[in-house]
Design a protein around this ligand. Structure first.
Ligand code: ZN
Length: 184
């Protein structure tokens, strides 16, 4: 996902406006609404469909995480915000990646699908923290403690799109946490 932020920062992401300038596309209009030229700002913020979706995700986060309170502006959303904590910045980056992927695949922006991506991100972060180095689990817990509630629960895991993959991960995590607890 970091490559996406790099391309946004350097204004070299393949928006329709840029692709038209390079004679790769004929239509420079927005992939979601087809109303205005798809510049970087338009794709990630100015488009009404995208902005509505970003606000929906923002609302979901604010209502799910206690004491979480942050405003989103065009600048914060496009370039991230040093004042925001790691989970928020990571989720914002994931959201931009999701929007860009939907643009490329011609898909619709779907809150439920994006929520699954966030859950997957948290499970992966936890897996990396647990399996790569056990001490890092404390760091993970400290950084993500408020967001862990968004992670899939055991019941949801059965119906999760990446179920088999995730179940394997979760079993490993639980086993390692158990070993860690026994040892300490
Ligand atoms: Zn649009």
């Amino acid at each position: 996902m970091r490559w996406l932020q790099y391309r946004i920062n350097h204004r070299i992401l393949g928006t329709n406006t840029l692709l038209k300038k390079m004679n790769i596309r004929d239509n420079e209009n927005c992939s979601f609404c087809n109303n205005f030229p798809e510049t970087l700002c338009y794709l990630f913020w100015d488009c009404n469909i995208v902005k509505h979706f970003v606000m929906e995700v923002h609302q979901w986060l604010m209502s799910s995480i206690p004491y979480l309170n942050f405003e989103l502006s065009k600048k914060t959303f496009l370039f991230g915000c040093p004042q925001l904590n790691i989970p928020c910045n990571d989720i914002i980056l994931l959201l931009k990646y999701y929007i860009y992927r939907c643009k490329l695949m011609g898909g619709f922006l779907n809150l439920n699908a994006f929520q699954n991506h966030v859950k997957s991100l948290i499970v992966t972060e936890q897996f990396v923290a647990t399996c790569i180095q056990l001490v890092k689990l404390d760091t993970f817990t400290k950084v993500w403690q408020d967001f862990i509630r968004l992670r899939v629960n055991c019941f949801e895991l059965l119906f999760f799109p990446y179920a088999t993959f995730q179940i394997q991960y979760m079993l490993k995590i639980n086993l390692l946490v158990l070993c860690h607890k026994i040892r300490s």
